[in-house]
Write a protein that binds this ligand. Sequence first.
Ligand code: ATP
Ligand code: PYR
Ligand code: K
Ligand code: MG
Length: 567
Amino acid sequence: MASACRSVLSKPTSIPPRRNPPLLASKKNQNQCVRFQTVRCAMQLDLKEVATVKEEPKLSFSGRLDAVSEVDLREKGFLGLRKTKLVCTVGPACAQPEELEVLACCGMNVVRLNMCHNTREWHREVIRNVKSLNEEKGFNVALMIDTEGSQIHVIDHGGSSSVKAEDGSAWLFTTEKYEGFRPLVVQVNYDGFSEGIVVGDELVVEGGMASFKVTGKIGKDLRCTCIDPGLLLPRAKLSVWRDGKLLDSNPGLPTLSTKDWADIDFGISEGVDFIAVSFVKDANDIRQLKSYLASKSSESIRVLAKIEGLESLQNIEDIIEASDGIMVARGDLGVQVPLEQIPTIQEEVTRLCRQLNKPVIVASQLLESMIEYPIPTRAEVADLSEAVRQYTDALMLSGESAVGSYAEKALSVLCMASCRMELWSREENRQSLLSQDQLAVSLPERIAEQICNCAVDIANNLGVDAIFVYTKHGQMASLLSRNRPDAPIFAFTDSRSTRKGLNLHWGVIPLEVPLSDDMEYNVVETINLMKVGGALKSGDSVLVVSDISPTSAMSAMSQSVLVRTID
Ligand SMILES: Nc1ncnc2c1ncn2[C@@H]1O[C@H](COP(=O)(O)OP(=O)(O)OP(=O)(O)O)[C@@H](O)[C@H]1O
Ligand SMILES: CC(=O)C(=O)O
Ligand SMILES: [K+]
Ligand SMILES: [Mg+2]
C-alpha cells in the first residue's frame, strides 16, 4: 500500500502555516471559549430547536470513513485531504482485483467502464470486483459506465498498431466487412457513413492525425487521396469537413443507440452509480435517459453528459441543467473543434458547472505520455494543474490506466499535482474570486443556498478543521462544495446512492450513517464516531450544516449552521 501511494513528482510536503491565522487557529484558546457555539444565519434557528423527536433515539452508527480518507487524515490532517476527485478508466491493464486495489488505495474515487470496448461479461467481472473491494476492504469507489454512442470510426485494421498514410496516396474507405489487413483500404464502422458526403469533402482522422480529400463515390464507399500525411490508428475517429466547416456526419443517428440502451439496462442491473452519455446533443438526450431510469425505479443513478461535440456546446447551459454532472471529453472534442479552442471551452464549461452547481470532470490525455513512460511531461503536469486551479471537481485517466504500463504512477501524479495546486489556491484564497449567482427558485432552496454560501464564509474565516453536513440527497453537500471551502466537507447521509454520487464532488468525503430527525443526536453521534475512528481530536473545531427534512419553507428554516469545538 505504501508503494502505491508513493509520488513520482515529489516527496509529500507538509502544509505550510497559513499567512493569516484564522480566528480559531489557537487550539488552546478554543478550549477556553464556549464549547458549543451557534452561529445563526439569516432566519435560522438553533439546532436544539430543530429537534422533532423527543424520545432518546436508539440508532447505532456503523458508518465509517473510507479506508483511504482514514489513512490520509491520520497522516496529513484535515487540510492535507485531497479535494479533487479522481476517475480511472479500467481496461485490461488494471482490471484484476489486486490491480484495482492498488488504484483504490492510491485514491481512485470512481471507476469508469467504457462500453465501447470489451464484452459485458468482462465489465460485469470488474463491477463485481470493485463492489467486493468496497465491502471487504472499506473503500468507497463508485462505478460509472460510459456509453459508446453513435460514433464513426475506423475499425481495427488488424495490421500493426498504426498505418502510415503518405502524401498523395490513394485510399478506399469502405463499409464492407472483412477480416485481416488490406493495404490502402480503411474499414469504417457505420454503414451509412458516406451518406451526405460529396466529392471534394475532406475526411479528417482523429482531429488531424491525417486528412483525405474525397475524389469519388462507389456505392457506399469513398475513394480518397491523402492530402495531409499522418497515421491511422485502430478505432481512429473520423470527421467530415466542407469548405472549412464541420458536417454533421451522422445526422440520422440517435445519441443512444440500441446497443447503448442494452448497456444502460446492464448498468441498471449491475447497480452502477453513474451513466456517462457520449455525444450528447441537447438536454432532451439527458431527460430521455432520466425518465427511463425513473421508470425503472433507478433514478438514483446519476446521469453525466459528455461534452464532446459542437452541438453539445451550442446547448451547453440546458445540458448542464438537465444532467447530474458533466464530462469535458477533450478527446472527441478535439475531433470537432480546433485544438486551440479546447482550453477556453474547458475553462468556460468548468465555470458554468460550478455556477449551476453540477460536478464536472476534465478528461482525456491528461497524462497521455505515461501510457508508455513512467514520468509525465512538464506540459502534462501544467495542464492538469490548470484544471485543478480552475476548480474542476474531478480529473480522469483514460488509456493511462486502461492500457498503460504505469497506471499507479499516473494516479500518483494526479494526486500529488492536485494536492499541490489545491494548497496553492488555498493560500492565494482564489475561491473568493468566483461570484456565486443565485441558483435557487423556491424559498427553501434559496435559504439552503444562502446558508451554504454563508457557512463556507464562516468556516473559512474561523479556520474550522472540518465541515459536517447531514444530507438526504446531497443537495447541501453539493452547495457547500460549490463554494470550494478550505476545510474538507464530511457529508453524512443515510442513502447509499447519495454517498456514491457525492464521490464526484470536490472536497466532499461522504459517509453512510443512519440519520435521526433529532439533529442534536446526529451531531453527537457522528462526532463520537469520528472521535472513535481517530479522525477528530480534542480541540478540533467543526462547522455543522444540515438539510434533514426540508420539505416545506417552515422546515427549511430549521436548517442551521453551528460551530462546535470538540472536547
Ligand atoms: N475495457 C477495455 N478493454 C480494452 N481496451 C480498453 C478498455 N477500456 C479502454 N481501453 C483502451 O484504452 C484506450 C483509452 O480508453 P478510453 O475508453 O478512455 O478511450 P476514449 O477514446 O478516450 O473514450 P471514448 O471512446 O469514450 O471517446 C482505448 O483506446 C482502448 O484501447
Ligand atoms: C472521454 C472521451 O470520451 C473523450 O475524451 O472523447
Ligand atoms: K465512450
Ligand atoms: Mg469520446
